[in-house]
Each structure stands twice: as C-alpha cells, then as structure tokens.
Design a binder for this molecule. Structure first.
Ligand SMILES: [Zn+2]
Length: 407
C-alpha cells in the first residue's frame, strides 16, 4: 500500500514537472517569435560561449566565415523572423559588431564618415525605414531607433570626457539613427557608441558595416590634433590665423606619415572645422591611442617673447617610460632643433587645460613659436618653417615609440 502511494506521488510529480517544462517551452518559443516591436531591442541573449572565445579576425572581403560567431538554435529561429532565412550565414560572415541596412530595391549610393564625431552617413537609393537598420552586437539584435538610457550626469562631471564603449558585449552599437529621403535617395546617419573602423560590403539584399575597434586592427595608434579651427581662429599675426598654421603643420605631418605603415594616425581635423575640446579628448581616449600631439602657436603681449614651448601633464603616466612629460621633452627638442627656434622650458598645465587634464595617454601640446614675435612669425607662417616643424613631429613620434620599445 505504502509503496503504491509513493509510486503515485512520484508519478504525479514527474507529470507535473513535464507539464511545467512544456508550458515553459511554449512560452519561450512564443516570446522569441512574437512579432517584433519597432524601436526595440528584439532579442538579447546570454553570451554564446562557443562564439565568445573566438578571436575576432577581420577579413577584407565577405564570404570568409572567419569572423562572426555561431548563433544558438533559438536565436537563429528568432532572428530569421527579421532577416529571412539566411541569418546564420550573415552572422558567420560578419564580425561580432555589425550594422546591416536592408536595401530593398535600391543600391548603395554614397558613404561619408566623420570619425571624430563617431558618425557615418550612408546614402541608399530608394526608401529605407528605421526597421531596415539592424545591429548585431555579439549575441543581441537591435532594430529601429536605439533606446539609449538617459543618464543624469552630475554637474561636476559634465565636462569630463567619456570613453564611450559598449558597457556589455550586447550593447547596441548605435546611439542615434537619423533617416531622411530626398530625390529618391535615403540618407542614413549612424552615430556609434564608440570609435570604430568600418568595413563596408554589400550584396543584393543588405549593406554590411562591420565595426572594428581600432586596436583590433592597428597595434600603434597616434592622435594628431590641429588646435582651434572653424569659428575659433585662435591667436593671429600678420593677418594669418593660428588655426590655419596649426592645420598646415598637421597636413605636412600627414604627408610624411602617409608614407609609412608602422603607426596608424587619427586626426581630430584635416579641414577648417571646430570639434570642441571634450570631443577631441574623448576621441583620443576612445581610441586608446598611444599618444596625442596637439599643435598650437603662442602669443604674448611682450613682443620680444619667442621660442618653442611644449605643455604637458605632470600627473599622467608618472614613472612610465613614456609619459606626458617625456613626450613633451622629445617634441621640444626636435621642434627647436629642426626650426632653429629657441627652446623654452616645458610647462605643466594639467590643472587648467582641458585637453591635457582629461587625456588618459601621454600627450604633448606644442606651441610652435610666438605669433606676437616678428621673427617667430616669419618662420611659423612660412611653408619651409611649417615643414620643418612637421618633420620634427614625425621624428618625435618615432623617438617616442623607440622609448616605449625599450621596455
Ligand atoms: Zn592655440
């Protein structure tokens, strides 16, 4: 008797559990295949560990399933609801972070990038809607307008540059999405949550933007900053603005740097635009650059004051082989030697110069002579002088890397 009762209870328990599991199964399947809501992340799953450990290897061409990752069966079925049937292939071919724009009948028309603002504009012929812009972030899929949580920033932190990078591997790579259609072409403006190198490919159905973090592609990264620009000319002398001298010097450095492949250089500006100081520092910090060199010119009411002056942070990288002060010292030596300008003392400015205060890497701000001094001005506004300064900056980068390699 007793045995029979235990048997019955056991049977009941097993049946009940089976029933629960069945309900759970039905619930999950329903949840994953529910019609997606626009403006919403449609599925975020726990990281698929089989894909997690894969080294992100990038391919120039599509069709090599080296990057990307595998999806679980549940994901495949849910995502196929959005993509159609070829989702497993898409995910395998792309890296862990990518944006897909469904083309419909239209073709890719244009691409333009404003990397400093983490923006990419893609022109597509025909109509594209928000729901045609899909983002894969590792194992999560986002569709439509990104939902960026509004975070209250305390007053004292409002000026502090952020390193905007995905907080989790599944975070939406977009901060904002804007679409506008004119003359049969849709402009899709994507604002990313960090700085990415974007590799673009397309097939009949989609435009694929593979998002790669710069350090996954380049080992050595330098940021060059031409001070001021746009409506902020900086100081001036002899009818020449400081902003234009700074830009000319940086462009000459670029000519030299374009001929080498050891270092990847990012520029805060190569035209007459004015990224604000926070944007510049945020850019360098998000790139995890090895160094930041900013080019400026000096001014002083005492017209006799002259020479090269390099500003640095006394708190950054103390004790490191290459820190802000060491980099400033290198730049000061090379620039004064190449230009013949007097070498002034280095100046510590970490407390009150935004770009120096918030920069997380070795940085040097070169004041390339005084525009208020006649003799300095003649040199710094001449092409020969600007090219000498550019050459010196190139040598400084070389020397700074040699210093780091001593480790
Ligand atoms: Zn300046």
């Amino acid at each position: 008797m007793e045995e029979n009762r235990i048997k019955k209870v056991r049977q009941f328990c097993v049946s009940f559990m089976m029933l629960c599991l069945a309900f759970l199964g039905v619930f999950l399947v329903q949840k994953k295949t529910e019609p997606r809501e626009a403006n919403a992340e449609i599925s975020a799953f726990a990281p698929d560990t089989s894909g997690d450990k894969e080294e992100l290897t990038q391919t120039e061409e599509m069709g090599e399933p080296e990057g990307g990752h595998a999806l679980s069966e549940v994901q495949t079925s849910a995502w196929s609801h959005v993509f159609g049937t070829n989702i497993p292939e898409i995910v395998k071919q792309q890296g862990d972070y990518c944006v897909l724009i469904r083309k419909g009948t239209g073709a890719l028309d244009s691409v333009s990038e404003e990397m400093i603002y983490r923006k990419l504009t893609v022109g597509v012929q025909g109509s594209v809607s928000e729901d045609d812009v899909l983002r894969i972030s590792r194992n999560a899929l986002y569709v439509g307008q990104p939902k960026v949580p509004v975070v209250e920033i305390p007053e004292e932190l409002k000026n502090v540059p952020l390193v905007r990078e995905p907080k989790t591997a599944e975070e939406d790579s977009l901060l904002s999405l804007e679409l506008s259609e004119t003359d049969g072409t849709t402009k899709v403006v994507l604002e990313f949550n960090s700085v990415y190198e974007v590799e673009l490919t397309e097939d009949e159905e989609f435009i694929y933007l593979n998002l790669i973090r710069p350090h996954e592609k380049y080992e050595n990264i330098v940021v060059l900053d031409a001070g001021h620009g746009g409506r902020d000319p900086g100081t001036s002398g002899g009818g020449v603005s400081e902003a234009s001298v700074n830009l000319a010097v940086v462009r000459y450095v670029k000519e030299l740097l374009d001929q080498q492949e050891d270092w990847k250089i990012y520029y805060t500006r190569l035209t007459n635009i004015l990224p604000d100081l926070s944007t510049r520092v945020e850019f360098a910090n998000a790139l995890h650059a090895d160094m930041l060199i900013s080019v400026h010119c000096n001014y002083n009411p005492a017209k006799s004051m002259n020479g090269v002056e390099v500003l640095y942070s006394g708190v950054q990288g103390q004790g490191d082989l290459l820190n802000s002060k060491a980099l400033a010292n290198i730049c000061s030596d090379y620039v004064s030697e190449a230009t013949g300008l007097k070498e002034r003392k280095l100046v510590e400015r970490s407390s009150n110069l935004h770009i120096i205060k918030y920069c997380t890497m070795p940085m040097a701000l070169i004041e390339f002579g005084f525009m208020s001094n006649a003799s300095d001005l003649a040199l710094i506004t001449s092409e020969a002088g600007q090219r000498q300064c550019a050459e010196a900056i190139y040598r400084s980068i070389e020397s700074a890397y040699a210093r780091m390699d001593e480790n």
